[in-house]
Design a protein around this ligand. Sequence first.
Ligand SMILES: Nc1nc2c(c(=O)[nH]1)N[C@H]1C(S)=C(S)[C@@H](COP(=O)(O)OP(=O)(O)OC[C@H]3O[C@@H](n4cnc5c(=O)[nH]c(N)nc54)[C@H](O)[C@@H]3O)O[C@H]1N2
Ligand SMILES: Nc1nc2c(c(=O)[nH]1)N[C@H]1C(S)=C(S)[C@@H](COP(=O)(O)OP(=O)(O)OC[C@H]3O[C@@H](n4cnc5c(=O)[nH]c(N)nc54)[C@H](O)[C@@H]3O)O[C@H]1N2
Ligand code: SF4
Ligand SMILES: [Mo]
Length: 865
Amino acid sequence: MSTSTTCPYCGVGCGVLATRDGTIKGDPDHPSNFGRLCSKGAALGETLGLEGRLLAPQIAGRKTGWDAALDLVAKKFTDAISDHGPNSVAFYVSGQFLTEDYYVANKLMKGYIGSANIDTNSRLCMASSVAGHIRAFGTDTVPGTYEDLEQADLIVLVGSNLAWCHPVLYQRIAAAKEARPELTVVNIDPRRTATTQLADLHLQIAPDGDIALFNGLLSYLVDTQMIDLAYVHDHVSNCRDAVLAARATDPLGSGLRAQDLRTFYRLWAGTEKVVTVFSQGVNQSRCGTDKVNAILNCHLVTGRIGKPGMGPFSVTGQPNAMGGREVGGLANMLACHLDIANPDHRMAVQNAWQSPTICTRPGLKAVDLFQACADGRIKALWIMSTNPAVSMPDADGVARAIANVPFTVVTDIMARTDTGDLAGVLLPAAGWGEKSGTVTNSERRISRQRAFLPAPGMARPDWDIISDVARRMGFQGFEYDSPAAIFREYARLTELSVTFGKDLDLTGLSDLSDDGYETLAPVQWPVPRDGMARGRFFGNGQYFHTGGKARMIPTVPPQVETRDGFLLNTGRIRDQWHTMTRTGKSPRLSRHLAEPYIEIHPLDAADIGVGPADLIQLSSSHGRGVFRALIADKAQRGQLFAPMHWTRQRSSAGWVNASVLCGRDPVSGQPALKSAVVQAKRFAAAWYGFAASAAPMQPNRPYAAVSLTDTGSRGEVAGIKPPPDWEAEARAITAISDGTISTLHDAGSGLVRVAITVNDRIAALFFASPRPVALNRDAVVALIGTDTPPLQALAGRSGSGRADAGAVICSCFSVGINTLREALAAGATSVEALGAVTCAGTNCGSCKPELAALLSVARLPMAAE
Ligand SMILES: Nc1nc2c(c(=O)[nH]1)N[C@H]1C(S)=C(S)[C@@H](COP(=O)(O)OP(=O)(O)OC[C@H]3O[C@@H](n4cnc5c(=O)[nH]c(N)nc54)[C@H](O)[C@@H]3O)O[C@H]1N2
Ligand SMILES: Nc1nc2c(c(=O)[nH]1)N[C@H]1C(S)=C(S)[C@@H](COP(=O)(O)OP(=O)(O)OC[C@H]3O[C@@H](n4cnc5c(=O)[nH]c(N)nc54)[C@H](O)[C@@H]3O)O[C@H]1N2
Ligand code: SF4
Ligand SMILES: [Mo]
C-alpha cells in the first residue's frame, strides 16, 4: 500500500506515492506534478537507509535519554534568559521545517521567551522576495499559480536555473512549449545553464545588471505607451517616482547589447500574457529587494498581474519556504503575515496565544545572529534542520561563531554534519517519511507530508521536541498531541490576518478534524471560511497597503565596483540537495557530478595556468578552498561558478562558502551569495589520485572529495608532495588497513597503481599520477568486492575492458556521457532518439536539457571527468 505524501526537496512541492519498501512514484493526482518527478525525487527511496542517522540524543558526544537532554536544554535556555535577558538566546531554523514545526518554534521564541531572535535559512533564500512583495503589495503575497506558466505566451526566467532547481516546473513549461511552440522563453542569467536550453533568447547579463535591465523596460513601456493608464490610476501608487528613477537609468548598465535589449523590450511589451519567474540570481544580491521591485514595477504598470497567464512569480527554493513565511519564521515577521512593528498586531497575537509576553522589536537576522554568537552576546543557540557551518557565507567564521556559544543544541536527522559536530547537545529528529505535517509550495498550495515509516531509534518529530522543551521551561500552550492540533491552532490564528486586512486566510480549515487533516487534499490558500477559494491574488486590483493600492518602488542600479580578483557566483547542481546529507546517500545521484568544481572561462583558465582537470585554489581574506577546474565558456570572463553542496564531511576543501565573503541587501538582510570576490590560482598538486574502496573513505588529503558507490566509496585526491611510501598512502586514503597489497610503478609516466585484497576479494584500488588521472572510474568502482586477480584489476586503463560510460547524465538509468556520445555518433538526432537507443531521459526527464545541449553543441555539457 502506498502513502501519498510530498517531496521533501524543492518548492515545486511534488506529490509522491511512497511505500515502506522505498518504492517512490510521482502522484498522478497531485496538481503540482501530475505524476512527474525529477531525478532527486525519483531517488528518494535510496536515501531512506539508516546509515549515519542520529538515533539517540547526545550530550557532549555521549548518548543519553530524552529526559536528560531536554531538561538540560530547558535549563540552559531558562538560565541564559534569566541571567542575560531573552535576547541572549536564539533559534536558527529552516524552510525544510514543516509548518507545524515552524509554528511552535516561532510561538515559543516570540510569545514565550519574548525575543524575536528566531531566523531561518530563508534569510539566505527568500528574504529579498518577501521584502519586495511587502513593499509593492503591502503583504508577502505570491500572486500567481503554476497554471499561469502553461497559459503564458512569454516566460522570462530571471536568475533561475529552473531545469536543475525546479525540474518539474521546467518540464511543465517544456511540455507547454512543445504543445504551443509560440510560447517564448527568455533566460536572464550571466551563465549559460541547463535552463538556457529551453530559451529562445538568452540574455547573458552582467552580474547584478537586472535593475538596469528592468528599469530600461519600464522606460520602454512608458515610451511606447504600453502602460495601462486606467489600471495604474485605480490600483497603483508611486508610479511617477518609479518611472523617474527608471528614466535616470542607463539600460546598457545591464551589460547587454542595445539590440538584445530592444528585442527583449519589444517582446515583453508586445506580449500581454507574460510571467516573470525569478529566483536566487535576483534574491541573493546586495540589491535583491530592489531587483524584485524593478520586476514588480513592470507588471504593475501594465496591470499584468493576477490574471491567467500573467504575473511576477517568485519561485520558492525549499519545500516549505512559503509555510515558514506564513507562520512568521523570519526574525522581522509575526505569524500570519502580521508585523512585529505594529502594536495592534502584537497584542492580537499575544491575546490569541494567551502568552506571557510578545517580542516588541525584530530579532537578529542570520548574518547578525551569527555575528552575535561570535562576539559573545548569544549564550544559548538552537539550530534545527539547517547546516549553517556550510551554507552561510564566511562558513568557517560562522563555524567558529557557533563553537563560541556557551551552549549549542542541534536537531538533525544525521549524526555527523558540519554544524552538528560543533554542538554540545544533539537531538535526533524524525525525517521525511517518518513524520507528518504540512508544507506550502511556490504557488501557495498546502500539501500533506505523511509518515510511511516508523521513526528510527529514539527520533522524534521537530514540533514534538520543541513543544517538550517549551513545557520543560514551564510554559503553558504547548500541550499538542498531534500536528493536526497545531495546524488547527495556526489556521484559527489566520483570522487575525483577515481582521487586519491581510492576505493569509486559512479560516476555512480552522475546524479541520483529525480525520480531515489526515485526508487533506492539496489546497491553495486563501481558504476562507465561506469556502470561496480563489487561485490568484490581485486580479481585482485590490492590494494590501492602506488605501488598497499597490506601490511602485523607485530603484537605482548598484554602483559598479572595481574588483581585484574574480567574481564568484555560486548555486546548485541537478542531483544534489544543499549540503548532501540526504542526496549524498544515493550512489546514483553522486555520479552526475562527483566532485566540487569551479566553472571557469577558457581564457581565464589559460591566464592562471590551469589546464583541463587541474585543480583551482580559491581564496579570500577569510578562507580558501580547492576545486576541480571545469573549463567551459558557460561562465563569462572574470566570473567563476561553484556549486554550494560540498561539506567537510565529503571534501577536504570543497565547501565554497569558506571563501564567500559578501555584502548584504540593506532592506532584506539577504547575503549576496552570487557575488563574492575571490582570488584564484592553480593548486600546485604534485600528484593526483583516484581511489575506490569497500570502506567509507574520509576526505583526508590536501584535495579530497569522497562519495558513496554501490560497492563502497570513491574518492578524488591530490597531494602537494609525493608521499614517502605509496602503499601506506593507499591504505590511509582507502581506509583498508588489512589484506594483501600489490603495487605497480610505471617509471616513465610516474603512474602508481595499488590494489588491496582481503580474503581474495578486491577491497581497494588506488591510482596516482603526476597528472590528473584519466581512467574508467566506473570500471574501477565495479571491481571492488570482486575476485578479480589484483594485477588484472590494475591492468589497463579501463580495468575490466568495458567501455567507460563516463560522467552520468541520466541518473535514472545510469547513462553516461560516453554512451550518449556513441549514440550521437551512430546518428541519433533528437532527445527522443537518444532515449530510444540509451533509455536516457525516458523516466524522470531531468536530464533532457543536458541531452538537448549535447545534441545542439555535440560536445560535453557538464563533465567532471
Ligand atoms: N537540484 C537542486 N535543486 C534545488 C536545490 C538544490 O540544492 N538542488 N535547492 C532549492 C533551493 S533552497 C533554492 S533557493 C532553489 C534555487 O534555485 P535557483 O535560484 O534557480 O538556483 P541557483 O543555482 O542558486 O541560482 C540561479 C541562477 O542565478 C544566476 N545568477 C547569478 N547572479 C545573477 C545575477 O546577478 N542576475 C541574474 N539574473 N542571475 C544571476 C546563477 O548563474 C544561477 O544560474 O533551488 C531549489 N532546488
Ligand atoms: N554559496 C551559497 N550558499 C548558499 C546558497 C547559494 O546559492 N550559494 N543558497 C542558500 C539557500 S537558498 C539555502 S535554502 C541554504 C540551504 O542550506 P542548509 O539549510 O544549511 O542546507 P541543508 O543541507 O538543506 O540543511 C538541512 C539540514 O537539516 C537536516 N534535516 C533533514 N531533515 C530534517 C528534519 O526533518 N528535521 C531536522 N531537525 N533536520 C533535518 C539535514 O540532515 C541537514 O543537515 O543554503 C544557502 N547557502
Ligand atoms: S521537482 Fe524534484 S525536487 Fe522538486 S518537489 Fe518535484 S520531485 Fe521533488
Ligand atoms: Mo533556498
